[in-house]
Write a protein that binds this ligand. Structure first.
Ligand code: ADP
Length: 574
């Protein structure tokens, strides 16, 4: 209840501020009109009325206009906090009242008692001056009353005091006009108030939605970190178990465990990625880059998988540059490549680019099973799969292409699909071609998988979670490499004196103030050399990614499949 009242009071305060701002927005018109009206009246009434009084009145109008203009400029330059001061509405009321009094005083000082023609002019010009600013003043009603009453009332009194029928009749007409003007002003005020109230309510709701969406993103990032951490440990242990088990039944259970962990891991990854995109937690960070860098990185990553499946994987080198978000584009192409390799049983996959006018078309083509025309409009929907009614996990999750279309929307790029059943499929992403293409160095060669072995290498692993450290140790034993573990930066620094190592693996979120990237940099500084480094994180927000990118380290999200992990480490050592 208290909270509601406070909120309403806040809203009323904002409406009041909007009314005062609307008043000040009209001030230039409220300066120009009286100055011109005054000048015209001086010309008309000169000689017919008390000239000294008239010139003094006009001088006052000019002085008042100058002061009003000065205040108007100050208001325009004021910050929202300064505009919230009580001074501004008070000044608005004071200036309106002063202007009203000046024009109203014409009924006392300039009324020619014996000249009906000039009387009519004076009443008419003042009626115009009284009514003209009604709409401008009525958005903040106190300024309207402050102006209108002292402006109109003296004329009414003057006509009544004339004590003849014409004067009384005119007074009655003026009274009716005043009633109509006040009614109009009040109606205008209510409509204006309501319009502002609705606008502010919509803005407030939009802000609330934004806050809710941000907290959803934060929740997802936190949940993903906490879920991925133990899952990562499960995967490492399950993988390491393989060498310890000698009977077939136990091995088959271990494989089942590993498969289930992998399935859970990829489902978790996908769901978190999709919901993060939906929550607006990811935004495109465009930069200009050589497409070849992205393509060759992807081919290096997928080459072992293609090899395993007996498929060829080729990248056609390109000199094209584009402007987009390289990370999101990489993610999009990664999904397409993974599908291409999954749905191709013979032949292979080609990743290449083609110039088309001001665009560069990045294409992922495969010689796979293809997609029938009837399924093509649906494959971008969540959980839509062509041939998996029993929803077998090893046949995918049906989320990859929905991610692809979300990323394409985020990047504002077109996505095309051409597919013929049993012949193959080509997905095309149309990106803008940028001028840097002209000066870009040529990359002529097809990139091949580096294949350096981990055997006999020493790895320094820093993670504050004892379970994860044990998992790493068990896994490293299966790769026949030595693993030195440390729980903190201090422990790692102490180890530097007695051990040398070939690469580092650091958890991004360490217990102390410093994150994994900062610790890795501190170690490199001590060693006075660059060390191949992998940063591992369960945090899907942009922060770890940007920190690792800035420092030039490779970043991987937990949980990681041991095979992929091994390939990443091999790549680092290559
Ligand atoms: P999934 O995890 O099932 O691969 P996707 O959303 O990535 O989910 O793909 C949806 C469906 O589109 C898949 O089930 C598959 O039938 C079809 N599909 C996607 N890419 C290809 C491709 N390159 N070749 C043949 N079919 C494909």
């Amino acid at each position: 209840m208290d909270n509601d009242t406070r909120l309403d009071a806040g809203l009323i305060q904002r409406i009041h501020a909007a009314q005062v701002a609307a008043h000040y927005a009209q001030v230039p018109a409220m300066i120009i009109a009286p100055c011109l009206g005054g000048l015209f009246s001086v010309w008309v009434l000169s000689g017919a009325v008390d000239d000294r009084a008239m010139y003094s009145g006009f001088g006052c109008i000019l002085l008042l206009s100058a002061l009003r203009y000065f205040v108007y400029r100050r208001f325009k330059a004021a910050t929202p906090e300064q505009r919230a001061q009580r001074l501004w509405p008070v000044l608005a009321i004071v200036f309106s009242a002063a202007s009203g009094v000046l024009w109203g005083s014409a009924a006392i000082f300039l009324y020619p008692p014996h000249d009906p023609a000039y009387q009519i002019y004076l009443v008419l010009i003042c009626a115009v001056i009284q009514m003209a600013p009604t709409a401008a003043l009525a958005c903040y009603l106190p300024t309207f009353y402050a102006y209108y009453i002292p402006c109109a009332l003296p004329f009414l009194v003057r006509l009544v005091l004339q004590e003849d029928r014409a004067g009384w009749a005119s007074a009655a007409l003026l009274l009716m006009l005043m009633a109509a003007t006040v009614t109009f002003a009040r109606k205008y005020y209510v409509d204006f108030f309501e319009a502002v109230r609705l606008r502010l309510l919509i803005e407030r709701q939009r802000d609330q939605v934004q806050v809710a969406s941000q907290s959803k993103t934060r929740f997802l990032a936190a949940a993903s970190h906490d879920l991925r951490q133990p899952l990562h440990a499960v995967t490492l242990f399950a993988e390491a178990l393989e060498n310890d088990l000698h009977d077939d039944a136990a091995r088959s259970k271990q494989r089942g465990l590993l498969e289930a962990a992998h399935a859970l891991q990829s489902l978790l990854d996908r769901l978190l990625d999709v919901s993060q995109l939906d929550a607006g937690g990811i935004s495109a960070r465009n930069s200009q880059f050589a497409l070849n860098d992205v393509l060759s990185k992807l081919v290096r990553e997928f080459a072992p998988l293609a090899d395993e499946r007996g498929l060829s994987l080729r990248v056609v080198a390109t000199r094209c540059w584009t402007r987009s978000d390289p990370d999101l584009l990489e993610n999009l192409l990664r999904n397409l490549l993974s599908n291409a390799l999954r749905y191709t049983h013979r032949g292979g996959v080609v990743l290449g680019c083609r110039r088309r006018g001001k665009q560069v078309l990045v294409q992922v083509s495969d010689t796979g099973i293809g997609i029938a025309a009837m399924h093509q409009p649906h494959i971008f929907e969540e959980f839509y799969q062509v041939d998996n009614p029993e929803r077998e996990r090893n046949k995918g999750l049906g989320l990859g292409l929905s991610m692809v279309s979300r990323i394409a929307r985020l990047l504002d790029v077109e996505l095309h699909l051409v597919s013929t059943p049993l012949r193959g499929t080509t997905f095309t992403v149309a990106l803008p071609l940028t001028t840097a293409a002209i000066n870009a160095p040529a990359h002529e060669t097809v990139i091949l998988l580096p294949n350096s072995s981990l055997q006999g290498r020493t790895i320094l692993c820093i993670d504050n979670d004892a379970g994860i450290r044990d998992g790493w140790r068990a896994l490293a034993a299966t790769w026949q490499c030595e693993l030195i573990t440390a729980a903190s930066e201090a422990e790692a620094i102490a180890l530097l004196a007695i051990h040398s190592f070939d690469l580092m693996i650091l958890d991004y979120t360490l217990a102390q103030q410093r994150n994994g990237v900062e610790v890795a940099q501190a170690i490199e500084q001590r060693l006075m050399r660059r060390v191949p480094t992998l940063i591992v994180t369960g945090d899907i927000s942009d922060q770890p990614k940007s920190a690792a990118n800035r420092a030039g380290y490779l970043l991987a999200h937990k949980p990681l499949a041991p095979g992929k992990l091994k390939a990443l480490l091999q790549h680092l050592l290559a």
